[in-house]
Design a protein around this ligand. Structure first.
Ligand SMILES: C[S@@+](CC[C@H](N)C(=O)[O-])C[C@H]1O[C@@H](n2cnc3c(N)ncnc32)[C@H](O)[C@@H]1O
Length: 247
């Protein structure tokens, strides 16, 4: 059913050479993250519920780009297959994409999965192609300069009446990065108890080396610079938030 494209070898090479590979935790073993979703530690249930309610109000069928789609489990629950005209999801984890194939099966050949870097996919996307660009818990992996480019490219590929939906981990306003790391990890140690000690430590290392979360106001100003205005917060559970922006 879905078309596959090979991993962008240059980008993958760069990532593998990097001292801290931002997606190692997802590449090595997708099952740990599936446990996080199942236990609702990152509030996927509430976040997807809020986004789903907003999406059901949109008219017609949607052309969707999902950046850092993971196993596409949330989007397949948020949207009725009949509401999707075309779905393109990208992720660097081949394991996650294998699971995504299963979740997107009802879409048949309307779904396309790319094992590629999301910024590269965005740069190559045609202008004004999508009704919705969606990214859930992936944006914080990009360094700040790339986040600005991410918003600019999202604006370019969105239709005039389209919507950008971002779910992500966002620091509290005024909260320093080290303080945010400490609080998040403290909470994880207390509450993410179904994970093994090794799983928790690997996620904590991932957070400290690869989690560049921003406060909502900074993302808003990046969106605004890209011409995406009217930010609306759809959900907030601790640091887990969902926002939508429109041209
Ligand atoms: C926390 S998971 C989120 C998955 C899914 N969107 C969700 O909400 O459950 C982050 C995902 O982003 C992917 N990712 C991180 N950086 C990426 C990049 N530069 N390009 C594509 N995917 C990326 C990871 O492989 C991982 O699957």
């Amino acid at each position: 059913m879905q078309n596959w494209q090979s991993v962008n070898s240059t980008r993958q090479g760069e990532l593998l050479e990097a001292a801290a590979d931002p997606i190692e935790v997802f590449r090595a073993d997708w099952r740990t993250y599936q446990t996080v979703i199942r236990e609702n530690y990152m509030f996927h249930r509430e976040i997807s519920g809020a986004i789903g309610r907003m999406l059901r109000q949109l008219p017609g069928t949607l052309s969707v780009l999902d950046l850092g789609c993971g196993d596409a489990c949330q989007i397949s629950e948020m949207l009725d297959p009949g509401q999707i005209a075309e779905y393109c999801g990208c992720d660097l984890s081949a394991q996650a994409l294998e699971a995504a194939q299963h979740h997107l099966a009802p879409l048949g050949n309307r779904a396309r999965l790319l094992c590629r870097d999301m910024l590269t996919v965005l740069r190559e996307a045609p202008g004004e192609q999508y009704d919705m660009v969606y990214s859930s818990y992936a944006l914080h992996h990009l360094p700040r300069e790339e986040k600005q480019e991410f918003f600019i490219e999202c604006r370019r590929t969105l239709r005039q009446d389209g919507v950008l939906v971002i779910a992500d981990i966002m620091r509290d306003e005024g909260q320093s990065v080290p303080e945010y790391y400490d609080r998040y990890i403290e909470k994880m140690d207390a509450e993410w108890t179904v994970l093994s000690g090794i799983e928790r430590v690997s996620i904590q290392e991932h957070i400290r080396s690869c989690d560049f979360s921003e406060p909502p106001s900074r993302l808003q100003s990046m969106a605004e610079q890209a011409g995406l205005l009217n930010p609306v917060r759809l959900e907030k559970r601790t640091w887990h938030q969902a926002w939508c922006y429109r041209p």
